[in-house]
Ligand binder design. Structure first.
Ligand code: ADP
Length: 480
């Protein structure tokens, strides 16, 4: 039996993306199709993706909602069936999708994402243009109210809620309750009330039928005060409904044998060709022609979470030993400044590109020897998966999905021939420095390094098993 699933989300790659959430939402549809699941994505029609409206079909005129006219357009693009929420008063504006031009959260984000959940619940209850989902899959706080509204309206369609990052919870003043069309009866500890505020994620966690997060280790971590960010009690209470399922990457998009963004394609059998990409990266950043020196990289949002302040502390020691380093990322001003300073201090050894650039990210993944992911917490992490696929060895802290996806090149793993990268704990500059040193030593042994590269490239990083596990959860819920 074909099962119909609706993803409710604020981002979807390749159309609109600020992080891994978008990659996951964009990948799910095609992946689930191979498991007999027909999937659609409910997504705000932001100005940034206004072009998608062209050729779209209006399938719902919802009248006036949350302060203005709302319609839903149906459009198939890039192999994904989109349901686009056309609400100009909420989404047709400049700036970024969550932030205004001054870099501050839009003051009406509660309405912008309240509407997303409201419509998700409405489609669950009444269907849309004759299509009714059997299961709803809401993502992160932006879609957190979906199961809350669904319960409020007595909907019977089950709802899965996935936590991609619990650092973002969507808490708003209780005074917004009326504007959000929330039933005041739900403003309780068992409902959407959270320390006197309206908690989008908290409400969703209480009301969803099942909760998933993006790695088994993060699922365990979330139930502790260190990682739960205030919601550990809620999650511990729902432990039996909480499952950690690793994210995958799109192995067609991330394939060194066919990637059009590379200077030279390669496979695990033609690893020597990877050097052409290394030279292209060195050229791009003006770092000379010595491809024998190890090239470390970072591709990341620059935020406290990612532990890149530790990289700033640990890198000078390996740069002094002749390593090269490139960074692609943007975010916190002090980190952008810190990396620019590092480049100024090590001219010809360090290259920094502040910005978001998909093609350059692919080229760096192909050209670098190793990539640093020293996160303080990391729900799953996709960068290390892309790196492994490209034979670029990840150097990661032991947390969340990083703990679940990388096999440390310790003596035992090297002897057993199963290492795929480097891990370090605790998350400190000193321990990262030790891991960088270990990487430098292994790199000097070409054969040993290549063996680890091949292991990494063979490691399953696609959706295979995880898609099956999600499909099982959907079917289990739909059959109840
Ligand atoms: P998060 O979602 O916390 O930002 P993930 O590792 O889960 O981190 O996913 C981030 C994705 O975005 C990865 O695929 C990463 O390579 C990519 N990415 C991060 N920063 C940039 C950038 N500046 N340019 C291009 N891609 C980036």
């Amino acid at each position: 039996m074909t099962l119909k699933q609706l993803s409710v989300a604020s981002e979807c790659a390749p159309f609109v993306k600020t992080g891994g959430l978008a990659d996951v939402v964009g990948a799910l549809g095609p992946v689930l199709a191979t498991h007999g699941i027909e999937s659609r994505v409910l997504l705000p029609l932001y100005r940034q993706i206004a072009h998608l409206a062209k050729g779209g079909r209006v399938i719902l005129d919802a009248g006036s909602l949350f302060g203005g006219p709302v319609r839903v357009l149906s459009k198939r693009a890039g192999g994904i069936d989109l349901l686009l929420i056309d609400a100009p008063h909420l989404y047709d504006r400049p700036g970024q999708i969550y932030l205004n031009e001054g870099g501050v959260d839009w003051v009406d984000n509660h309405l912008r994402f309240g509407l997303l959940g409201w419509l998700g619940a409405e489609i669950a209850r009444s269907g849309i243009a004759g299509w009714q989902p059997d299961v709803i899959h809401a993502h992160d706080w932006q879609a957190g109210l979906t199961p809350v509204y669904a319960r409020q309206r007595g909907g019977a369609v089950p709802c899965v809620l996935t936590i991609h990052n619990i650092a973002f919870q969507g808490n708003f003043p209780a005074t917004t309750m009326g504007a959000l069309d929330l039933d005041p009866k739900g403003f309780t500890q068992d409902g959407y009330e959270y320390f006197g505020q309206i908690g989008f994620l908290k409400g969703g966690l209480m009301q969803a039928d099942r909760i998933t997060t993006v790695s088994p280790t993060y699922a365990r971590e979330l139930m502790t005060p260190e990682f739960g960010m205030g919601l550990e009690g809620v999650l511990a209470a729902r432990k039996s409904d909480l499952t950690g399922i690793l994210n995958g990457i799109d192995t067609k998009v991330w394939d060194p044998a066919t990637d059009p963004a590379l200077a030279q394609s390669y496979t695990s059998r033609t690893l020597a060709k990877k050097t052409v990409n290394k030279q292209a990266v060195l050229d791009r950043f003006g770092l000379g022609r010595d491809t024998r020196a190890p090239l470390f990289s970072v591709i990341s949002r620059l935020s406290e979470q990612k532990g890149l302040d530790l990289a700033l502390e640990a890198l000078p020691a390996v740069l002094d030993k002749g390593a090269r380093f490139v960074l692609l990322g943007s975010g916190a001003a002090e980190l952008e400044h810190g990396f620019n300073e590092l480049a100024a201090r090590f001219p010809g050894l360090v290259g920094v590109e502040i910005g978001f650039d998909e093609d350059l990210a692919h080229l760096i993944q192909a050209g670098a020897d190793a990539t640093l992911v020293p996160s303080r917490f990391e729900p799953c992490g996709l960068t290390q998966l892309c790196a492994m696929r490209y034979g670029t060895l990840p150097i990661v802290s032991v947390t969340g999905g990083l703990a679940d996806t990388v096999i440390d090149a310790n003596e035992a793993a090297l002897a057993a021939g199963c290492a795929t990268g480097f891990q370090f704990a605790p998350t400190s500059a000193a321990k990262l420095g030790d891991a960088l040193d270990r990487a430098m030593s292994l790199f000097a042994d070409v054969k040993a390094w290549q063996k680890v590269q091949r292991n990494a490239m063979k490691h399953p990083v696609g959706w295979g098993r995880s898609a099956q596990r999600l499909a099982d959860i959907y079917r289990d819920l739909a059959e109840r």
